[in-house]
Design a protein around this ligand. Structure first.
Ligand code: ADP
Ligand code: MG
Length: 262
């Protein structure tokens, strides 16, 4: 198992953001967490990344309790790509990507030739090598997103966690990013855990989907099992059509505008 979460409860003050959440992510899976706004997706991802700590959970990463990892060891295992990319971040693309090497550097924190090579490869992999010398604030949202994905790849993790990485991307870049994650999974055996609120992308790429609502697991399984009409209407509270994608083999969800209802 790449990740095992057992009986997880997470409170902000006395507000329960996650309630008794138990599930596993198999190694090498593309695992996508979906659910309405405020359902606890980001909180769950941050707990999995070791950024938020709950008192009640048992979290295992690669079959070892998370407390058994040093910070560096955890950073060599899991990379986290946050949803909000810091706006005021005065670094060049190369500098940012090289930050992904910090869990591997010695006491002096100096990069070796090998680290520079890995950084270069990560930039090529995400298609932003031509931006290497640019400053982050001179890039578009989509380019910034790919730079942070390159940083995560540079970390050479076994698991990569991403919070709504396609939210600010146009259609072409959405598919490119999802294809990139699929490639990481297929070519490097990396486990990809992504939060998305795009159920159609989730249906096309996810091996397994976890549907959260109000901090609880509603459904967990293959896209066809999770994205059913009954479940989605209940969770999202709106009228939907669910049929098969024209590409076949995955469900397609269409929200129905009011003017089409009789
Ligand atoms: P999602 O990512 O699914 O939109 P979040 O995990 O961000 O949901 O939030 C889950 C719930 O926890 C929401 O009701 C949100 O308002 C609340 N919440 C998130 N962060 C905080 C915080 N720092 N303090 C208090 N409440 C929070
Ligand atoms: Mg969120």
């Amino acid at each position: 198992m790449a990740i095992h979460v057992k009986n997880l409860n997470y409170y902000y003050g006395d507000f329960p953001a996650l309630k008794n959440v138990t599930f596993s992510v198999a190694t090498g899976n593309f695992f996508i967490i979906i659910g309405p706004n405020g359902s606890g997706k980001t909180t769950l991802l941050k707990v999995m990344a070791g950024i938020l700590k709950s008192q009640t959970d048992q979290l295992e990463i690669l079959n070892r309790p998370v407390d058994h990892y040093s910070r560096k060891a955890l950073a060599r295992t899991i990379a986290f790509v946050p949803q909000m990319i810091p706006v005021d971040f005065p670094f060049s693309v190369t500098e940012i990507v090289l930050m992904g090497r910090s869990p591997y550097l010695g006491m002096l924190g100096l990069e070796q030739e090998k680290d520079l090579e890995i950084a270069k490869q990560a930039l090529t992999f995400t298609g932003v090598e031509h931006l290497a010398h640019r400053k982050l604030d001179q890039l578009s949202g989509g380019e910034q997103q790919r730079v942070f994905v390159a940083k995560a790849i540079c970390q050479e993790p076994e698991i990569i966690l991403l919070d709504e990485p396609t939210a600010s991307l146009d259609l072409a870049h959405q598919v490119r990013l999802m294809d990139l994650m699929e490639k990481l999974k297929n070519e490097r055996g990396i486990t990809v855990v992504m939060v998305s609120h795009d159920v159609n992308l989730a249906a096309m790429y996810g091996d397994r989907l976890l549907l959260l609502d109000k901090g609880e697991i509603v459904n967990l399984g293959a896209p066809k099992e999770v994205l059913t009409f009954q479940t989605l209407e209940q969770v999202y509270g709106c009228t939907l059509l669910v049929d098969e994608s024209p590409l076949g083999n995955s469900p397609r969800v269409t929200p129905v505008p009011r003017k089409y209802m009789t």
